[in-house]
Design a protein around this ligand. Structure first.
Ligand SMILES: NC(=O)c1ccc[n+]([C@@H]2O[C@H](COP(=O)([O-])OP(=O)(O)OC[C@H]3O[C@@H](n4cnc5c(N)ncnc54)[C@H](OP(=O)(O)O)[C@@H]3O)[C@@H](O)[C@H]2O)c1
Length: 137
């Protein structure tokens, strides 16, 4: 699935640990948030940047306390990012989708009456892309 939306290279996390394979990256966007800040730091190139967007409370606290320290004392930068959705950003995203520059992946649709079931499915942690809740007019 990841390859089909444009990734040039895919690592299967069940087979290979991207923080231990000797590769170093200029930019890491961590959408899972299950790695320690030290693992992420190791996987960065000099001057590399890691942005953590999916995180547990433990990773959040670790990054809030240690991220600024790592970023100020070395050449690597690590921090958290939370989306602040604006109309302008949504219009920009819509244009990217319409131009075919970004592909969406929708795993399942649920009606509003089955939102509890949709959340249960999300909580399993293996949704491929997004789950859509349909609100009947
Ligand atoms: N910062 C923000 O503003 C913001 C906004 C929205 C969401 N989030 C966060 O972003 C994260 C992602 O959300 P999501 O909706 O995509 O749901 P999700 O349930 O966290 O993601 C499911 C996907 O993650 C993959 N996955 C699970 N463990 C993995 C691992 N160790 N390494 C690589 N991939 C792994 C699963 O693949 P397999 O099925 O192959 O395991 C599945 O494709 C969540 O933590 C959410 O809270 C943050």
């Amino acid at each position: 699935m990841v390859g089909s939306i444009g990734a040039d290279h895919v690592i299967d996390y069940t087979q290979e640990d991207f923080t231990q394979n000797g590769q170093r990256y200029d930019l890491i966007i961590d959408a899972v948030g299950n790695r320690s800040i030290f693992d992420l730091k190791r996987a960065l190139n000099r001057n590399g940047i890691c942005v953590i967007i999916g995180f547990s409370p433990a990773i959040m606290f670790q990054t809030l306390f240690l991220g600024p320290l790592i970023s100020m004392t070395g050449s690597k930068k690590i921090g958290l990012m939370s989306a602040k959705i604006t109309d302008k950003d949504l219009v920009f995203l819509k244009e990217l989708f319409e131009a075919g520059k970004v592909k969406s992946v929708i795993d399942r649709h649920y009606p509003l009456s089955e939102v509890a079931e949709a959340i249960r499915y999300l909580e399993e942690g293996h949704v491929q892309g997004k789950v859509v809740i349909t609100v009947a007019k």
